[in-house]
Ligand binder design. Sequence first.
Ligand code: GLC
Length: 754
Amino acid sequence: MKHLFSTLLLSIAIISQAQMSDTEIDKKVDSLLSAMTLAEKVGQTNMYNGPWEFTGPVPQDENSQLKADNIKKGYVGGMINVLTAKGTREAQRMAVENSRLGIPLIFGYDVIHGYKTMLPVPIGQASSWDFDGVKKGAQLAARETAASGVHWTFSPMIDVSYDARWGRIMEGAGEDPYLTSVMAKAWIEGYQGDDLSDPLTIAACAKHFAGYAFAEAGRDYNTADVSSQTLYNVILPPFKAAVEAGAATFMNSFNDVSGVPATADDYLQREILKGKWGFEGFMVSDWGSIGEIMTHGVARDSAHAGELAFTAGSDMDMESRIYEFYLADLVGSGTISEDLLDDAVSRILRIKYKLGLFDDPYRYSNESLEKSEVFSAKNKEIAKGIARSSMVLLKNEGALLPLNKTVKSIAVIGQLANSKDVPLGNWRAQAVANSAVSLEEGIRNAVDSKTKVTFAQGYTLTKGRRDFIHELTWVDDQGEGFEEAIEVAKSAEVVVLALGEDCYQTGEGRSQADIGLKGQQLELFLRVMEVNPNVVVVLMNGRPLAIPEVATKAPAILETWFGGSEAGNAIADILFGNYNPSGKLPVSFPHHVGQEPLHYDRKRTGRPVTNEFDNGLVFWSHYTDMTNEALFPFGHGLSYSSFEYDDLNLTPTEDGVMVNVKVSNVSELAGKETVQVYIWDKVASLSQPIKRLVDFKQVSIAAGDSQQITFTLTKEDLGFYTNNYEFVVEDGEFEIMVGTSSRDHIKQSIDLTF
Ligand code: GLC
């Protein structure tokens, strides 16, 4: 009878999804919750990795069999790494058609920069500073993901990162909280659209909450000892923006923040995220991070780890299985109140309702959509457009670029230059290995048929197995490829030399103490320069690199990051002038790794470098062997056009200041400029950065034309958080800087009272 009642209840619950408001969803959740047993509630907090192909028989090993049995009993809420329309339908059927209440599973996957059509890696996308472009890319990724049966991506990663040694800097939007907040909104809106139940949108997951990028020494998973000022003014703002953008879920992080493992941090997860910010989605732990509370030395055993994590607001357990084994007893013994469990389960069920999974658990498992949407020619074209805008022209001495398409001969050099795999980046989801358009291919596609294109490998970085989880195998390159490369360079009109990283040098678990060019790359560059001065360096990398010699000697340098499926064509479009480069760096490039962590929005200190420093005195905040300055600063990026700034006018307003500036395109080529606005609150109750980005606008200006650009800065832009997380705006002098980068700008000061 009970089964009949609950099935009837569920069938009532499956009223047409389209009309349901949040209030109606909450009612459905409450009535479903009231029908659930303790074991079924705990089941919703449990997420398994997909250990097998559902399209085949469930494997007979005990662990998988047990997992399959639990899915059938309704003791699993979600799964990671279950893919394809067919595979997700099989898994969903196990849960929906066998369990008592038929509650659907939610399927999650790491779609970090595309599902099968690869977009540029996120740090590349952020280099576009293009909200609409990044959103369009996320929409593409969402379509391919949803069409493959997956409901939820563990993206965007919005950890502000100052440290290029940290391999995961590649996954985020760089070093600035404001730009990262803008990108967070673009990614989330792109993934989620206006209706989560749309079968071509997916739930987003803002991660990693919080402080992960401040791992000491840039070493992944290391402790993060952050001040309140850093936490409140740098780390948290993008996550707050993610809540405001409607992120359906959050993921916490492996690190401890000032001694508290993030997974067990009730201040961050409950007081801030769910309390102050009113987040109504659910928090999933990072892979096994609940169990790692013991490894941190903060939980005495698994049950204690489960208690700490759940009490702290970690709603769903990714793959540690601690909730599966201990949560029911923790609730049964009263250690954890059932109300807390109900809150977590309600959050999970609410997202499942919003995804339309109760309406139709199989709505995303649609082979025909999968066939039409995934890896389509249309998607590749979109990816190429995003890749072009993600690339940053760092240097262009003597206007070597753009190259003429009728150039007689081009030497294309470097293992990275003909790789069809490296441009796909790490965290590549279902990308097909070696499916990218290589730089060499892109150049061959772009040039005149009479142009002679010759390739030479020049250097070799890695060999053998290259994948997400294993260390790379480095080749002991003794310069065997130099002779051929130098010959090819000598006889060519221009050289395009690809330098940088294997894509598996960045990403999770890929921190490096040295961020220079590995192997024989630098030596080869110097040798090539000796025989041909017309060298265009194309960088392929996931982190800022310390490349002072290249920066000094190369006449032209194009930062392309890992540009995705269409990388080669996008790069060629820029090299040959089919696209006027518009990217701007979201991170600072150092002269030397010793400058890390390096970021532009630094404090003045009590002893800033001033002209006394030039008199050979030492008591200033400096290095005796290196500059404080970046090699290439945050916000830097050249165009084939030339822009000039003047007529900066500041007008106080009721709650801030209006900023007017004239930007002129003094070249003969139309171009896009990202006009950046920085402020310095010169005297405040807490020391403030000498500059921080508060706004930017992208403007296209015709050759010889000018535009008046206006920014309206409000208290929201001019204030800061105190050490007790109170937002304040203080009277006083503000310096307003407007320009083409954090270093190249014009400025004016103004006294403001609020
Ligand atoms: C990983 C990562 C996280 C990812 C998760 C699932 O360890 O830290 O970013 O989403 O596990 O793969």
